[in-house]
Design a protein around this ligand. Structure first.
Ligand code: ATP
Ligand code: MG
Length: 567
C-alpha cells in the first residue's frame, strides 16, 4: 500500500506583518527589483523545526510575491562547518518541498568582502586594531558607560591598508590584529561601538581550504552577502534586532543602492524541545539520542524518520504564524497539525500491540477466509481496500479484555459480545490461565451471520476492537516515542543546570512481539499508516524481512490533554 500523492495545501492565508510590509514595498516599488528573500543556514548542524518556520516564511513570501528565495550557506567560520551539513541541509530543504532560486555560499564572497574591507579602510571607516581580545572587550564599555577608543583607532589609511594586506597574506598570528569598523565608541547600541569585521584564523575551511587566513565575522558577512545577492527583504529572528544598525551601516557605507532591509520575527519556541544546533549537537555527540535523525529529535531528519510529512510541518508553521514577539508554542499544537495531516492521508491497518490469543471454538480448524477491509474511513476523501485473513486463532490487544470489567468498559469480557473490526461478532466464554494465574488465552465463539460487522437480527454490540489472524500476522517491533524532555521549557532552566539533566528518561519505549496484519509485509520502508485505535506509525529503515520496525509518529488523541482532564 502506498500513500497517494498529497493534494496541494496552503489554505487561504491571513496576512502577517511581514507580508503586509512586503505587499506595501511591492506596491511602492521601494526596491525597484523583484522580491528576493534568502534562507541563510550556517552548515554547522542539521536543520530543525525552527528553521522550517524560517524556510516556510522566506520561501512562502518569495513565491507569493513572484520573487525568489536563495539558499545561502552562511559558512564563514572554519571551525564548525562541514560539507556533510551542507548536504543534509540541501536534502532536508528539498524534502520540505522548496526549491531555491539559487544556491550560494558566503565563503564564495570572501574576495569581495575583502575588497569591501579595503574600501572601508580607504574611506576612513575601518581600522586595524592590535589590542588583545580582552582589551577590546573591556574597551567597549557598558550599557551605562561609553567605551574607550582603541589606541590604534587613529592609524592612517596607509598604515591600516598595509596591516590589512599583511593580515590577509598570513604574516600575523591569530588574534594579533582585527579589522574594526570606525563608528562610535559611545553609541547607545553596544554593537555599534566599533564592531569587529574581520579576524585572523589560521584554519582550513571546508570549502576554501587554506586559501584564506582571515575570516569575516557574522555581522560583516551577513548584510553584505544579502546586498551582493540583491536581496530585498532580509527576514531574521528577533535576537538579531540589535544587529540591524550595523547591517544598515555596512550596506550604506559600501555603497549599495536600495540595499536590503532586515526585519525581525519571533523565533519558534516549542514546549519540551530545544532548538539550538549547539545543544542538539551535544545530544548527538554524547549519545543521548541515536543520531541527528533519531525520531525524538526536533531536526527535520528526525521528524521525517518519525513519520511526519512535509505538508504536516508546513501546516504547523502556518498555524504558528509570524509574530513580532516571542511566544512558546504548545506541543499539542504541533501534534494537532501532524495528526490532522496524517488523518487525511494514510491508510488504516490493524496491528495488535500486546497480543492476547483468542480461539474461536466454533470456527473450523485449519480453515481461513478473507474479509474486505477499507483503508479509509468515510470522512476521508480517499478510497481503497485490502483483504485481511480471518481464522480460528486470532490476537487481540490485552487492553481490550477485562475479566472483571468496570461499568464503562465496552470491550471484551466474559459473557460479553463485541465486534471485530471488518469481521464478526464474538462472545467470550472462557478465560484460560497459566499456573501463575496470568491470562493466556480466551475461548470465544463467533457468529457467522455477522460477517462484515452487522447482525441480521439487528442486535447491537457496544465495542469494536481490532485484531489479527494469529497464523497470518507478522511480528513487528513498535518504537513508542514520547517527549524528549521532561520539562516544558528546557531552554529556560535555572542557571547552572545542564539542560541534559532535564531529558525524559522514558522518551522511548520499545515494544517487541507486536502483530501486524500481513498486507503491510511488502510495503516500502517509510510507508505510513494509522494502526487503528493505536496511533500513526511509519515503517523504519531498521526493518528487515520478517522483523518489521515501526515508529510511532503521534498518538491518535492528545494523551496529555487526557491526563490533564483526569488530574
Ligand atoms: P541555532 O541556534 O539552532 O544554531 P541559528 O540561528 O544559529 O540557530 P542558522 O543556521 O544561523 O541557525 O539559522 C538559519 C536561519 O534560521 C536564520 O535566519 C535563523 O534566524 C533561522 N532560525 C533558526 N532558529 C530558528 C527558530 N527557532 N525559529 C525560527 N527561525 C529560526
Ligand atoms: Mg546562526
Amino acid at each position: 500500500m502506498s500513500e497517494s500523492t498529497p493534494t496541494p495545501e496552503t489554505p487561504a492565508r491571513s496576512r502577517d506583518f511581514v507580508r503586509e510590509m512586503v505587499a506595501e514595498d511591492v506596491k511602492s516599488g521601494k526596491y525597484g527589483r523583484p522580491v528576493k528573500t534568502r534562507f541563510p543556514p550556517e552548515p554547522n548542524g542539521y536543520l530543525h523545526i525552527g528553521h522550517a518556520k524560517s524556510i516556510c516564511l522566506n520561501f512562502g513570501v518569495a513565491s507569493e510575491f513572484d520573487g525568489g528565495c536563495n539558499l545561502r550557506f552562511d559558512d564563514t567560520n572554519p571551525f564548525t562547518e562541514d560539507i556533510k551539513y551542507v548536504n543534509a541541509i540541501k536534502h532536508d530543504l528539498a524534502w520540505l518541498g522548496f526549491t531555491p532560486a539559487a544556491e550560494f555560499y558566503a565563503s564564495d564572497y570572501f574576495e569581495q568582502l575583502y575588497e569591501f574591507a579595503e574600501l572601508l579602510v580607504s574611506k576612513g571607516k575601518a581600522y586595524v586594531d592590535s589590542q588583545t581580545e580582552e582589551e577590546i572587550r573591556t574597551g567597549r564599555g557598558t550599557v551605562t558607560q561609553a567605551g574607550t577608543p582603541s589606541p590604534h583607532r587613529d592609524r592612517s589609511v596607509a598604515e591600516n591598508l598595509d596591516l590589512l594586506r599583511r593580515m590577509k597574506a598570513g604574516e600575523f598570528a591569530d588574534g594579533a590584529h582585527v579589522l574594526r569598523a570606525k563608528i562610535d565608541m559611545a553609541h547607545p547600541n553596544m554593537i555599534m561601538r566599533d564592531p569587529l569585521l574581520i579576524r585572523i584564523r589560521k584554519a582550513s575551511h571546508y570549502r576554501r581550504g587554506d586559501a584564506w587566513c582571515i575570516y569575516p565575522l557574522y555581522d560583516y558577512a551577513h548584510g553584505l552577502s544579502d546586498a551582493i545577492e540583491g536581496i530585498t527583504h532580509s527576514l531574521c529572528t528577533l535576537e538579531f534586532k540589535d544587529n540591524k544598525d550595523i547591517y544598515d551601516w555596512l550596506v550604506h557605507e559600501v555603497g549599495f543602492e536600495r540595499p536590503p532591509e532586515q526585519t525581525e520575527f519571533a523565533r519558534l519556541r516549542l514546549d519540551y524541545t530545544v532548538l539550538s544546533k549547539r545543544k542538539l549537537l551535544r545530544l548527538v555527540n554524547e549519545g543521548h539520542v541515536a543520531g541527528w535523525d533519531d525520531p525524538r529529535m526536533p531536526t527535520i531528519a528526525g521528524i521525517r524518520r518519525r513519520g511526519v510529512t512535509p505538508e504536516g510541518i508546513r501546516a504547523f508553521a502556518e498555524t504558528v504564524g509570524i509574530a513580532r514577539k516571542d511566544a512558546q508554542t504548545e506541543l499539542a499544537t504541533y501534534e494537532h497539525a501532524v495528526r490532522n495531516d496524517l488523518n487525511m492521508r494514510v491508510p488504516r491497518v490493524l496491528c495488535v500491540v500486546n497480543p492476547l490469543k483468542v480461539v474461536l471454538t466454533n470456527y473450523p480448524e485449519g480453515a481461513s477466509e478473507e474479509l474486505e477491509a477499507s483503508y479509509y474511513p468515510h470522512d476521508v476523501p480517499k478510497t481503497g481496500s485490502r483483504m485481511v485473513p480471518f481464522s480460528r486463532e486470532l490476537y487481540i490487544d490485552r487492553d481490550d479484555f477485562m475479566e472483571d470489567p468496570p461499568k464503562k468498559f465496552f470491550r471484551l469480557a466474559p459473557g460479553r459480545e463485541v465486534r471485530l473490526r471488518y469481521g464478526f461478532f464474538i462472545t467470550c466464554h472462557e478465560v484460560v490461565k497459566d499456573a501463575s494465574g496470568a491470562i493466556v488465552e480466551l475461548r470465544c465463539t463467533y457468529d457467522p451471520a455477522t460477517r462484515g460487522g452487522n447482525a441480521p437480527d439487528g442486535r447491537k454490540v457496544q465495542g469494536t476492537i481490532h485484531w489479527v489472524s494469529a497464523a497470518h500476522a507478522l511480528d513487528c517491533e513498535l518504537r513508542m516515542y514520547d517527549k524528549l524532555f521532561a520539562v516544558a521549557e528546557p531552554d529556560d532552566i535555572p542557571e547552572g543546570t545542564d539542560f541534559v539533566s532535564t531529558l525524559n528518561p522514558d522518551s522511548l519505549q520499545v515494544v517487541k512481539g507486536a502483530k501486524v496484519e500481513p498486507s503491510v509485509g511488502n510495503d516500502a520502508v517509510g510507508t505510513r499508516y494509522q494502526f487503528e485505535r493505536t496511533g500513526y506509525f511509519i515503517s523504519d529503515p531498521d526493518s528487515q524481512p520478517g522483523a518489521l520496525v515501526f515508529n510511532r509518529t503521534v498518538t491518535l488523541k492528545d494523551s496529555w490533554e487526557k491526563t490533564k482532564a483526569r488530574g
